[in-house]
Design a protein around this ligand. Structure first.
Ligand SMILES: Cc1cc2nc3c(=O)[nH]c(=O)nc-3n(C[C@H](O)[C@H](O)[C@H](O)COP(=O)(O)O)c2cc1C
Length: 194
């Protein structure tokens, strides 16, 4: 089985991200080829980056507590879906802080994105994140989902509207990330052993 972790990159009170996140986790869970786990960054105490060394050059940075928990979860992953809003034409600070905190955990793994925001649907944030992930030796894939005007896409029950979900074609993106994650798993594991 391929392990896909879905990371929610917004932690503010009243975030709309929760609604997008639960839809993505739910849809991905329907795919019989993947083990899915949602990671809500709000549930972890992640300090502003304060390691004495750059994790890029450390085999074992000695994480404890929530960082150790998070490190294990990222390690288990074969691929990622970042559920993320756009803040001031970029991606969120919580996401950058969390990404910088780890290195080996991310290496040689593919990632895709379900973004949301105003008119741009979070595209600018995703394009920036793609550049950053390359430095972590990750593979940002082409397929992704972008939801514009997120504040108009919530129904009376407080859930993402059915027509919004249908228009998004999330299933194709999930299939793609599953393919990349599965395809890279064995070569990654053998390269990291050496
Ligand atoms: C600090 C801040 C900056 C924002 N900047 C942008 C922006 O540059 N582009 C955009 O499309 N939406 C922007 N928005 C709107 C958000 O995309 C929208 O509020 C979304 O719901 C935020 O995600 P969240 O509710 O999960 O935090 C901004 C929102 C916040 C809070």
């Amino acid at each position: 089985m391929t392990n896909i972790k879905i990371i929610l990159g917004s932690t503010r009170d009243n975030r709309l991200g929760e609604k997008v996140f639960s839809w993505v986790v739910n849809e991905a869970s329907k795919n019989p080829n993947i083990n899915v786990e949602g990671i809500d960054l709000k549930e972890y105490n992640i300090p502003f980056f304060n390691l004495a060394m750059n994790p890029t050059y450390m085999d074992n940075p000695g994480y404890t507590g929530d960082l150790e928990k998070l490190s294990k979860k990222i390690n288990e992953a074969d691929g990622f879906i970042f559920v993320m809003p756009e803040y001031n034409h970029g991606y969120t600070g919580v996401l950058k802080n969390m990404i910088d905190t780890f290195y080996n955990e991310w290496r040689l793994k593919p990632a895709t994105f379900v973004s949301y925001g105003g008119i741009s649907g979070g595209i600018r944030a995703v394009e920036q994140l793609r550049l950053v992930l390359i430095e972590l030796q990750m593979i940002p894939i082409r397929s992704s989902v972008h939801i514009p005007l997120i504040f108009t896409q919530i129904d009376d029950k407080g859930l993402l509207k059915e027509e919004t979900k249908e228009a998004a074609h999330l299933d194709a993106t999930i299939e793609d990330i599953e393919w990349w994650a599965k395809t890279l798993k064995e070569p990654r594991e053998s390269r990291l052993k050496n």
